[in-house]
Design a protein around this ligand. Structure first.
Ligand SMILES: *[C@@H]1O[C@H](CO)[C@@H](O)[C@H](O)[C@H]1NC(C)=O
Ligand SMILES: *[C@@H]1O[C@H](CO)[C@@H](O)[C@H](O)[C@H]1NC(C)=O
Ligand SMILES: *[C@@H]1O[C@H](CO)[C@@H](O)[C@H](O)[C@H]1NC(C)=O
Length: 551
């Protein structure tokens, strides 16, 4: 029965503490300094001229200045900025304040959200006008910083359609296994359901897309896509090779592997997984960060810890053999997660942020990828990663020995024992790898980047469409109101907690270019070499042990 892709170490959090909406900080740009002394006078003169011109422009058009001041904190201190988007008229001219004082940042625009009073039905609940696009156009802004490197895989995932584009016929072929079809037109989302999803996967995936529309209003292009919420990737690359082969159908899902062409998309857990009480990522990420402060790495248990559902995969059954027993101590402490028990007890024994008390944490795939990976990597422990087969949207940015310790899948117990022994005798190095993984998750997989990834992926995907999508006759409009207002219990709570309250106040990160074939090969070689190195160390240790008498 278990399609549960939930993996090791997951311990849902009892919802404690209010979720605070995070105001996204503007990145501050530091001003550069002039070096030449001879140019100082000229520079000063230029500044005076520019400032003069700047002030006179202010009388002409306050709205246009807003886009400049948005990116320049220095001028922001000098000039009064209208706080809401509604003030298009220029205020009466005022002299500049005599002494520039630090002003609070303009309040972000709050996107309206309200539910009809009473128990009305939710048809016609969606706002009649979609959100306005941002005030400042990108062209006037300096280029934003580059996205994390793993964004480059977007180009690889879309490569099968690079020369052909995507026709409606291809999209329709992806319907075979899809759970729903999503159409976005003028910033509105329409969905046609084909088959029910496991638990609330589709609900929170669609909720995430609706939040993307709020995060980046006016930026999501018109598009049509098929989404499959089941664990296993299904678009086999081998079926689309050869001269007469057809172009593969584009199908979105949460993970893929090297033999499949499914397009990977962030999974539902970023907005919450109510069935097992895993709260939205933004709050959980911060809790994990705070939790890490509680027990220093040195004070943590010097063992490898895993807790999860062993029933979902043979490789997990195999991992159980590495548990400590009378006969062996492989330095592993393995626990089976009993979700029915946990659910009955209200998840009291499972608090992810309190789980980072071991120096080593094991990650092992379930049926396919596991959402637990980000929680394990965020622990500041050294992640012992049993050789994975699947990738999701961010895991292709991880490097062995840099972010995690590779563990053999065909010799798990000995491999785990070696890793723990190595870490306990190379404490600084082990800690450093653990820290690097935590920073990767904390900084490069924060919600802001999850939305950026979705935006860039959908934008690049939409560029490939060779037709103009239209509203399917059987599709219904979805909006945050139509999903959250009728929702109840934990579903409703997670929706309210993860709801985007204001549009993002700057441009998305800049999508890095595709890998060159050489870069791709080098990356693969670097990964393989790092793993081979560890396997050589293991081999050497085992051989030297074999030559000693048994303990
Ligand atoms: C909801 O209201 C609309 C009219 O506003 C009606 O056509 C529809 O049948 C109602 N749906 C339900 C489930 O009551
Ligand atoms: C490809 O299609 C052509 C024409 O339909 C056919 O003659 C040829 O045998 C096919 N080649 C392969 C490898 O299937
Ligand atoms: C592993 O061993 C520990 C200690 O003996 C035990 O408490 C735990 O239940 C074992 N785990 C499994 C999955 O049997």
């Amino acid at each position: 029965m278990s399609k549960l892709g939930l993996g090791s170490g997951i311990n849902p959090v009892v919802s404690a503490g209010a979720t605070i909406f995070r105001q996204l900080k503007k990145s501050r740009k530091s001003s550069s300094t002039a070096s030449s002394t001879t140019g100082v006078v000229l520079l000063f003169f230029l500044i005076v001229v520019l400032l003069g011109a700047f002030i006179s422009v202010r009388w002409i058009n306050v709205a246009s200045i807003r886009s400049i001041t948005d990116t320049d904190t220095k001028t922001q201190n000098l000039i009064e900025i209208p706080t809401t988007s509604t003030s298009h008229r220029a205020p009466p001219p005022q002299p500049l304040p005599p002494k520039p004082k630090l002003k609070p940042k303009p309040k972000p625009l709050i996107i309206p959200f309200s539910c009809p009073i009473g128990n009305q039905n939710s048809t016609g609940i969606c706002p009649s006008t979609p959100l306005p696009p941002p005030l400042s156009d990108d062209a006037s802004l300096p280029p934003s910083p580059s996205c994390p490197d793993y964004f480059r895989w977007i180009h690889e995932d879309l490569r099968p359609w690079k020369s052909t584009g995507i026709t409606q016929e291809m999209v329709k072929r992806a319907r075979r296994t899809a759970n729903f079809r999503l159409v976005i037109l003028d910033g509105r989302a329409y969905v046609e359901y084909y088959r029910p999803s496991f638990q609330s996967r589709d609900v929170f995936t669609l909720w995430g897309i609706l939040q993307l529309l709020r995060h980046y209003p006016g930026r999501i292009p018109d598009l049509e896509l098929m989404f499959d919420t089941v664990d296993w990737p299904v678009i086999m690359a081998r079926d689309y090779r050869g001269r007469n082969a057809s172009v593969p159908p584009p199908l979105f899902r949460y993970c893929a592997d090297v033999s499949t062409l499914d397009i990977v998309f962030p999974d539902w857990s970023f907005w919450g997984w109510p069935e097992i009480n895993i709260k939205p990522w933004e709050a959980l990420r911060r809790e994990l960060k705070e939790g890490n402060e509680r027990v220093r790495w040195m004070d943590r248990e010097p063992y490898a810890y895993w807790k999860g559902n062993p029933a979902v995969a043979a490789t997990r059954q195999d991992l159980l053999k590495c548990n400590v027993s009378e006969a062996h101590d492989w330095n592993a402490r393995i626990y089976a997660q009993d979700w029915f028990q946990e659910t009955r007890k209200g998840f009291k024994e499972s608090d992810l942020a309190n789980q980072c008390i071991h120096r080593y944490k094991i990650y092992i795939e379930g049926t396919t990828w596991s959402v637990s990976e980000k929680y394990i990597l965020a622990c500041n422990s050294l992640t012992l990663l049993v050789k994975p087969r699947y990738y999701d949207f961010f895991t292709r940015g991880l490097m062995p020995v840099q972010h995690y310790w590779p563990v053999r899948s065909n010799d798990k117990c000995r491999s785990i024992k070696f890793a723990v022994d190595w870490g306990n005798s190379h404490k600084q190095k082990a800690q450093a790898i653990g820290k690097e993984a935590s920073s990767f998750i904390q900084e490069k997989v924060k919600m802001e980047y999850v939305y950026d990834y979705m935006l860039h992926l959908l934008t690049e995907y939409a560029k490939l469409l060779r037709y103009k999508p239209t509203r399917p006759p059987n599709a219904m409009e979805l909006c945050s109101e139509s999903m959250a207002c009728p929702a109840e219990g934990l579903v409703k709570k997670f929706m309210m907690d993860s709801m985007v309250k204001s549009p993002h106040d700057s441009a998305p990160c800049t999508l890095p270019p595709p890998f060159s074939p050489v870069e791709l090969r080098m990356l693969a070689r670097r990964t393989a070499n790092a793993i081979k190195q560890v396997e050589m160390w293991e081999q050497r240790a085992w051989e030297s042990q074999a030559s000693k008498p048994m303990q």
